[in-house]
Each structure stands twice: as C-alpha cells, then as structure tokens.
Design a protein around this ligand. Sequence first.
Ligand code: ATP
Length: 309
Amino acid sequence: MPSGPALEVVDLVKAYGSRRAVDGLSMHVPAGSVVALLGPNGAGKTTTIEICEGFRRPDAGKVRVLGRDPVADATELRPRVGVMLQDGVGGYTGATTVELLRLFASYAADPHDPHLLLEVVGLTEAAGTAVKRLSGGQQQRLSLALALVGRPELVFLDEPTAGMDPQSRHGTWDLIRSLRADGVSVVLTTHLLDEAEQLADDVVVIDQGRVVAQGSPAELTRSGAEGQIRFRAIAGLPLDQLVDVLPLGSTALEPEPGRYLITGDVTPELLATLTAWCAHQQVLAQDLSVERRTLEDVFLELTGRELRT
Ligand code: ATP
C-alpha cells in the first residue's frame, strides 16, 4: 500500500494545436479513495487521464502516479496500475473473452482467477465468445476485468459504464465500491451525475480543461444556495412581497402560471416564513416539496451550461 497520495496532478497543460484541452488542471487523489472527474463531452477528462496513464505527454505541469512519473517509471508502474480505456478491447478482437483475460493475467505476479473475475463482471456465459462478437456493454465489462485482473493498487476507469444496461451499471458500481473496500484507489471519468454522486468520495468538476469545483458530493451540493422549494397555488401571487419577507438571497419565481419555485438557503425558518406568508394570503400551497440541489444544479451555476452537451 503506498503511503503517499495515489495520484497528484499539478498545473497540467495539454494543447492540441492552438486549443488547450487541459488548461492548468490540478487534482489530488488520496490513497484508497474513489475520485470522479465529472464534466461534459470535450471537457478534457480523457486527455487528463491518458496523461496520468502515461499514454500522452503533457506540455506543462507535474503528474505523480503512486509517487512515480507515469512516462519515465512506466515499467515499474505497469503492474501496479489498472487501466480501462474508452475503447479498451478494440485491438484484440480475434481472441475469446477468457483467452484475452488469461493473457492479461499472465503479465501479473498475483492475478485474480480469470473465471472468478468473469463471474464478477457477469461474463461467464460469454467466456468462449470471440471478443469481436461481444456487445458494446459486454466489451466494457471485459475491459473492466482486464483493468482489474492484475490486482492493481490504482485503477483508471474512463467512462466505465458507458453503453451498459442499468443492471450491468449497478453491478459495476458495486464492483467499484468493493475495490474501495479493498483499499484500491480509483480514478474514473464520467458525465453521469448519479455515477459521481453514488461512487465518489471526491468529485472534480471539469469544464474546458479546468477544475471548476472539487469536493465530496455533499460539500459540492451544500455550497451556495442550499436548495429549492416548489409548490402549486392560484396564479399571480404577489411574489415581490414574498421576497421581501424571505431571507436575503432568496428568489421566488412563477415559471408557469400557478407553479412556484423558491430558491435560496432552505432552512426550517425559510419554510415556516413561506407557509406563514401563504396563510396570510389565504392561499393553500399544494404539492409543496423541498428539493436538494444536485451536482447538475452546481454545474449549471458554475458554468452556465448543462452537463450533457
Ligand atoms: P469525452 O467525454 O467526449 O471523452 P473528454 O472530457 O474526455 O470528453 P477529451 O477527450 O480529453 O475530453 O477532449 C478535450 C478536447 O480536446 C476536445 O475538444 C477534443 O476534441 C480535443 N482532443 C482530444 N484528443 C485530441 C487529439 N488527439 N487531437 C486533437 N484534439 C483532440
């Protein structure tokens, strides 16, 4: 087990022509944690992770993987790091599933049993199937198995559940949780909010090659406006009067006639003030719901854009 961080990235820069795909990105992955790089397509997640895997060289900045340089120390790192690429099995289409997994196991000093691992990723039935005949979701699961077969200390998973059906996705999430329970460090990229929220100890929100926010899902959704309240009532309530009695920083909108949205620091006091104001107006607030902010709301506030672009 490494004593230092699993991954350290400082001021990373990578340009393709005049475009900076990664633009001064820094992040830190404590050993044994799961960190998700979350961002829309083109944000720079794959470029960042491929530099950390030693497949691309940065233009500037520092990367340390298990305390080592991913390019200069590639030979030493190879058995300690598992890599799941976006198109991970594309080059091995002639072999069968189990043959490919055995091949990867043969490179490791203490590999997992290939058949057991196929069971874990739900590919037992497809063990004898040629890789090129696997569905997209099955290829993803094989790619995950290939990344894990050598018992790595750190794994990089690039969009691990892309193209998977919901059942496989949840199975993969369970597998990632069990990796963490075994002390394995995991760095994954995703543009799925629930994936980041479900799995990650820390989320690094990336947009246009930069980190725009970083923290646990709870920390990220707590900062700034805490939440929102929705309710239905008769149309045309005098919302300017409502805003006057709500805490500073709250907003009140009627996006559609008779439907109301209150945003701000949603405390019990704010809720009491709102319902008291409705009572004073002799209005019954119906279907009132207090909603938590999601990472999607956070992303929208930080960048002005939806996560899925
Ligand atoms: P996705 O979710 O689509 O994989 P991403 O966040 O992983 O997106 P990158 O693949 O790192 O983003 O791409 C970042 C930017 O760099 C994009 O604008 C992309 O078009 C560009 N890019 C990536 N690879 C290359 C390359 N080899 N040559 C030129 N431009 C590239």
